[in-house]
Design a protein. Sequence first.
Length: 121
Amino acid sequence: MANNSYATFIALWKMLIAAARAHELDLPQIAPFAAALEEAVEDLSLAKARQRSLQEKSLQATREANDRLACSREMVQRLKNFVIAAWGPRDARLADFGIQPLGQPRVRRSVEKGGSPGLTH
């Protein structure tokens, strides 16, 4: 069995079930084993279908989250642009919005204060 996919297993096991059903008259004790395998294969098929459905839902949720992230980023930029336009690019209050006012020296965080050396605020 070179290809060990679920579809391959299910197809092979269904052939095995069919063979068992075809030989029930010759070997009547095979019926419970065939029935148990048939139930197990059906359960596996249902589980795989449920998994595919959940994967599709997960992909859709990821797309929605990414769309909302892009929208949020755009709204952040619009808000910051509005504040800069309202107060001007040099106003010290811009720092409250995470914007470095023009003409202000950059603040470097030291390693002792929890920042990384070389990163600016």
